[in-house]
Design a protein around this ligand. Structure first.
Ligand code: SF4
Ligand code: SF4
Length: 131
């Protein structure tokens, strides 16, 4: 057990020591070269295969088809206009592990891990975002 006198000395000494913690957010440290942050989605490259969804370990990414359906003619006739293929990616920022498995799984390079990491929000609804 440390005697009160010795403990007091340690407290005084700690005032002159370099702190072990950093002064975030006032001072920002350099991120490592392979840092993985928020995902970026390249809509024009996505083919809607949903491999990223299947491989995501935390079910954090959802690919949604937002293209227009085929324009229909009279019953049985060929559609006037084929269905449009257009996809959106929705990510639950609080479920995402930032592992970048989805980036590796995407054969079309439609996903990329950026260096953005300041994503905290007090409103849970704001953590489900279109990327
Ligand atoms: S982002 Fe890539 S893996 Fe995901 S649905 Fe689009 S093409 Fe497929
Ligand atoms: S980075 Fe990992 S956890 Fe996040 S959406 Fe991609 S596969 Fe899922």
């Amino acid at each position: 057990m440390i005697r009160p006198g010795r403990m007091f000395l340690k407290v005084i000494c700690s005032f002159f020591k370099k702190p072990a913690t950093s002064m975030y957010p006032f001072i920002k440290i350099e991120k490592p070269a392979k840092f993985r942050g928020k995902l970026k989605f390249y809509q024009e490259r996505c083919i809607g295969c949903k491999l990223c969804m299947k491989d995501c370990p935390s079910n954090a990414i959802t690919i949604v088809n937002v293209g227009q359906p085929a324009a229909q003619n009279a019953a049985g006739a060929e559609p006037q206009k084929p269905a449009e293929k257009k996809f959106e990616a929705i990510v639950d920022l609080d479920k995402c592990l930032y592992c970048a498995q989805c980036v590796d799984s995407c054969m079309k390079k439609a996903l990329e891990a950026t260096r953005e990491f300041e994503l905290a929000s007090l409103d849970h609804k704001k953590l489900k975002v279109k990327i």
